[in-house]
Design a protein around this ligand. Structure first.
Ligand code: 2AM
Length: 196
């Protein structure tokens, strides 16, 4: 199964960011971008790719330990950025070094469990808002549209392991479906209880 580890912002923070992003949909070329859905917005800490189901017990154990080693911390979404004209993202302000350390532990734990986590790029906190779809669009005005954005603070207090199911229909605009398969509170041992 295709897996990644992530942290998810609370709904009011997502709503605030969605309001800041809304005007960008009127910029030239916006219809040619593949926009991510606000209800799936997250910071990816580690992308695990295809993982054999047999690795899940050890992976779960390792990720629980990684979560346990880092305290809850405060972030804000802040400022737009881009990877060339391929990806438009929003970054983070606040206790970013804690998030980075959590990301490094998560990647290391997943690697020890046998997942082929990419080790060539260090963690760069970014939430993908839109991706190029093949039709060229200049992303600079989009990133500039978020240059002054600084959102409300939120507390990162749990690490999630998410399964990603890629679209199979081939219909344009169809997005991957995400399903949380494990969650651990930061700074504490044990899993997040049901409904928590
Ligand atoms: P991205 O937003 O920077 O593209 C699910 O695909 C999540 O895993 C996305 O948030 C995506 O990050 C991230 N990811 C990181 N590396 C990836 C890769 N090589 N392929 C697909 N997704 C990747």
């Amino acid at each position: 199964m295709r897996l990644f580890a992530a942290v998810n912002p609370p709904p009011e923070v997502v709503a605030e960011l969605a309001a800041a992003v809304a005007p960008l949909h009127s910029l030239p070329g916006a219809a040619h971008l593949r926009w991510t859905a606000p209800d799936t917005w997250h910071f990816t800490l580690a992308f695990l790719g295809e993982v054999d189901e047999a690795l899940l017990p050890e992976l779960t154990e390792r990720l629980a330990r990684a979560a346990h080693r880092h305290p809850p911390h405060e972030l804000r979404f802040a400022r737009g950025g881009r990877f060339g004209d391929r990806v438009l993202w929003v970054g983070a302000d606040g206790e970013r070094t804690v998030l980075r350390d959590l990301a490094r532990s998560t990647a290391a734990g997943a690697r020890r469990a046998g997942a082929a986590v990419d080790s060539t790029h260090d963690f760069h906190a970014h939430l993908t808002l839109a991706r190029a779809s093949g039709h060229p669009v200049r992303l600079r005005p989009y990133a500039e549209g978020l240059a002054d954005f600084v959102g409300m603070p939120w507390t990162v207090d749990r690490l999630e392991l998410v399964r990603s199911r890629l679209p199979v229909s081939g219909l344009p605009g169809e997005r991957p479906r995400y399903e949380t398969v494990g969650a651990w509170e930061l700074g504490r041992s044990g899993v997040v209880p049901d409904g928590g």
